[in-house]
Design a protein around this ligand. Structure first.
Ligand SMILES: [Mn+2]
Length: 318
């Protein structure tokens, strides 16, 4: 059932104990949105926890100060935040909770509507924008820490306010969050200006292997297990790499192809202008947003590239 923000607020306010679920391979939006709700509702003496199937990278630690990550209670309400499909929850959480999700708060147009109730805003640049409005709707205070959680979601899902999903509302919410005490400077420093030596090394190798197709309108950059091994980088901080191929002049569709531990390849697409990344990925079995989408293909890298280029050509023409 599709619901509106008012129904969503009522469900959260009525529940006594709430479990928030994030997607695996967590990002600033899923973690920032879930922890912000947990902080806000904890103030009403509710029992809350935030769960993610994957290890949470250290740069997100500030969000979890005061938040339980162990589910040692029977949750009265199970809420998925920024999760388009139960398969994205990760294996353990999927097995345990996929049939039991009461509420889903999401901004992916590709949402599979798996929860009993779904509040969906595909025009929202981040789930964090929705959660900001939701906390206001519930008339709950937003602490500095909560503001920082939300600012992280708002800024990371828009590539620091650069992607085409960024709207005047995005900037207004960001401004409100800064007024509320969000540590915008340090968040931007951490998430956009800092890279580990291992990450810098991986980035260099990946750029070296980037190839161009369709007269330079498509760039594909492989990220192989060998590159991860050699650089010492781990999967957790590679999201930003997905933006690099599209930065090259003339490229309309930038793709990173990340080799998975089982040999499959996860393609992340970033597009410019009117090119619909989610339409390209949907035809191959994936999904996402217009400007950023993904799909996992269980074929060799060469086959992966030829199938992607074929679908991309259909989208952008010859
Ligand atoms: Mn998101």
């Amino acid at each position: 059932m599709i619901i509106e923000i008012e129904n969503c607020a009522d469900s959260l306010l009525e529940a006594q104990s709430i479990l928030f679920l994030c997607h695996a391979h967590p990002d600033g939006d899923t973690l920032g949105s879930a922890t912000a709700l947990a902080h806000a509702l904890k103030g009403l003496d509710k029992t809350v926890a935030v769960m993610c199937d994957d290890k949470i990278p250290q740069r997100f630690d500030f969000m979890f100060v005061g938040i339980k990550q162990v589910v040692d209670f029977e949750p009265g309400l199970i809420v998925a935040v920024d999760v388009a499909d139960t398969s994205l929850l990760g294996r353990n959480a999927q097995l345990k909770y996929s049939e039991k999700i009461d509420l889903c708060i999401d901004h992916h147009a590709s949402n599979k509507l798996y929860a009993s109730a779904v509040w969906l805003e595909p025009d929202s640049a981040s789930a964090a924008e929705m959660v900001y409005n939701l906390i206001k709707k519930m008339e709950l205070p937003i602490s500095k820490q909560t503001a920082s959680c939300l600012f992280t979601g708002v800024s990371t899902d828009t590539g620091c306010f650069r992607f085409s999903n960024t709207t005047p509302r995005t900037h207004r919410i960001a401004a409100d969050l800064i007024e509320l005490g969000a540590d915008s400077e340090s968040i931007i420093q951490t998430f956009f200006e800092t890279k580990s030596r291992a990450y810098a090394s991986l980035e260099r190798m990946a750029l070296d292997e980037m190839q161009f197709y369709l007269g330079g309108r498509c760039a594909i950059m492989p990220l192989t297990r060998a590159m991860f091994g050699k650089s010492g980088a781990d999967d957790s901080d590679t999201d930003r790499l997905a933006n690099l191929p599209r930065q090259v002049e003339g490229v309309l569709v930038g793709v990173t192809l990340k080799e998975q531990s089982d040999g499959a390849f996860k393609a992340s697409l970033r597009t410019h202008g009117d090119v619909d990344a989610s339409a390209i990925c949907a035809r191959l079995g994936g999904g996402g947003h217009k400007g950023a989408a993904g799909v996992t293909l269980n074929v060799s890298m060469a086959q992966c590239i030829s199938r992607l280029v074929e679908e991309i050509e259909k989208e952008i023409g010859e």
